[in-house]
Every structure is written in C-alpha cells, then in structure tokens.
Design a binder for this molecule. Structure first.
Ligand code: ATP
Length: 291
C-alpha cells in the first residue's frame, strides 16, 4: 500500500467535568466524548526520499514538528527505523483551536495510517499508548464513538452509542487557548459540576432528551466570561429548535443537538445570516469505532 486516504473525525463533548489538578499541570477529567462526521481529509503517500513532507490548505498551520500530524508520523517512523519517507497532505475542515480535537484527530489518523502502511503490527492499544504522548485526546480519537474518558482523558470506557440526531456546529471567529482556559478554571473553586451521570443514564436508556438536558461543561463559564458570543450562539440554537446547546471542550465552538435535520439547517442559516459565526456546519454523529 503506497497511498492511503484517511478521514480524521472531530469530536464534541456531551459532558466535561474537571475533578482536580495534578502537580504536572495536567487535569483529572471526566468527559463524555462523541465523534462527529465532520472531518479533515488526510492523504499519506510513501516516498523513496526519507523524511516527512507535510502540506496543508491552511497557510497558518505549521508543517514541521509543531504539527501533530507530523509528530505522529515521526514518532512511529523513528521507533521502527522506517527508511522510506512519507508525504502527508492535510485538508482541514474541522475548526482549528476550537475544542473539537482537530489536531488530535489528525495525529490519531496518521498513527493508524503509518502503522498499516509500513506493517508495523501495533495493536490499537499499543497505538493509544503512543498517542497519549502526543496529546490527552489522541487515544480517544483512535477509538472513536461514544466514550467516557477519565484520567487525563486517556482512560477510556466505551458507552452505548449516542441515539441518532443532527448536530449543528458553529464557531465564532475567535481563538481560545486550552491552556489559558484551564489556568483560569484553576483560579476559582468549582461551584457547579455538570451532571455527567445524567448523560450516562440518558445513553443507557437511549433517551436523547435526557442526554440533552443533562449536558454540561465546567469550562463553559470561564470561556463565556471572556466571550459572551458563546452564550449568544447557544441561545440562538435553543430558540431555533435545539434540544440543548453547549460549548465543546475549551471552546469556542458551540454545538446544538437536533432531533429534526430540517430545523438544524434552518437554524444554521439564521446563524450564518446574523454573522455571529462564520464556520457553521450541519452534521451527524458518527458512532462506528475504529477497527
Ligand atoms: P482540543 O479540542 O484537543 O483542545 P483544539 O480544537 O482546541 O483541540 P486544535 O485544532 O487541535 O485545537 O489546534 C490547536 C493548535 O494546535 C492550533 O493553534 C495549531 O497551531 C496547532 N496544531 C498543530 N497541529 C495541528 C493540526 N494538525 N491541526 C490543527 N492544529 C494543529
């Protein structure tokens, strides 16, 4: 296999709670993760020339070892002494620095692809062990689907699949630093923990309304304080048919859950017309796990 086409899928958090801070700065989390069918297209080609050549359609992204896709390829190729090279092309669609694990999903796809292309023989678990060195969300992006993520995000428990629904995603034109959001969170006592157990119960019962009404993200308050536009987008989604709407990860992307695709499309149109967010997508959940 000399050429591979891969889809790196983004995620949302149906729940995100922070339980504590470790001495090394990492946080203990309890998150319900859900993969979306919103993806970056990745092509990996084998080259005779050794090394990694990376290109992307977004001029402002690094194409060296500061790119997670590059780092993922480098990690495996160094460890296994791969003598040939690879050319990686990233066609980005997942909003960047947005709380949708774009970089992590790219890293996961490249780990998966390089393992296959060079027949390295690593199991999914072995790929995850390497993935966590690149980022806390990478193991999840390897697994995909509806998953409870604990520890720093790398202890994964598969959950019953999310019931069918449409997801409206809207990213306002601001960038949020995950690191800063966590630092701000640390400065306060957490008063309201989200109802993660409620989300789990909803999944167990396959009750979309219960899942939607239990959703919560402990990072939301911190980010909204600085960017009230997040709250405005949430309200717009809820006023336009969403069962509920919430910020994903450390933001600023907001998503709304809809049981009716037409309503989601109409809401998307209104959000676009208002100019409040430019990157607006109507998409589906993706429940299949990676084999
Ligand atoms: P998370 O949900 O895991 O917090 P995120 O959506 O906040 O992720 P990313 O889109 O992964 O953030 O990117 C954050 C930063 O990482 C970007 O500003 C970018 O410079 C850098 N980066 C490195 N590699 C990539 C990549 N392959 N795709 C996107 N960003 C990347």
């Amino acid at each position: 296999m000399d050429k591979m086409e891969l889809k790196a899928l983004g995620k949302i958090n149906l729940g995100l709670d922070v339980l504590g801070r470790r001495e090394n700065g990492y946080h203990d989390v309890r998150m319900v993760m859900q993969t979306l069918y919103l993806y970056d297209q990745i092509t990996i080609e084998k080259t005779e020339k050794p090394g990694i050549e990376l290109s992307t359609n977004l001029f402002y992204l690094p194409v060296n070892e500061n790119n997670l896709a590059y780092r993922a390829a480098d990690l495996l190729m160094q460890e296994f002494g791969v003598e040939e090279g690879v050319k990686i092309t990233l066609e980005k669609h997942i909003p960047v620095a947005a709380g949708m694990a774009g970089g992590s999903s790219n890293a996961a796809a490249v780990l998966y692809g390089i393992n296959r292309m060079f027949s390295l023989g690593l199991s999914q678990e072995e790929l995850m062990e390497r993935g966590v060195k690149l980022g806390a969300d990478v193991p999840y992006c390897i697994m995909r689907g509806t998953v409870l993520a604990e520890g720093i995000g790398e202890i994964l428990t598969p959950l019953p699949a999310m019931p069918r629904c449409t997801v409206l995603v809207a990213k306002p034109p601001i960038s949020v630093s995950t690191k800063l959001v966590y630092e701000k969170l640390d400065a306060h006592e957490i008063e309201n923990h989200p109802d993660i157990d409620g989300v789990l119960e909803g999944l167990e019962r396959q009750d979309l309304k219960k899942i939607a009404s239990s959703m919560g993200n402990v990072l939301e308050r911190v980010t909204v304080e600085e960017y009230p536009v997040i709250e405005e987008i949430k309200e717009m989604m809820k006023e336009n048919g969403a069962l509920n709407a919430m910020m994903s990860g450390s933001g600023p992307t907001v998503f709304g859950l809809y049981s009716d695709k037409r309503m989601a499309k109409e809401a998307a149109q209104k959000i676009k017309e208002s100019g409040i967010a430019k990157q607006v997508y109507v998409t589906n959940i993706h429940n299949a796990r990676r084999k």
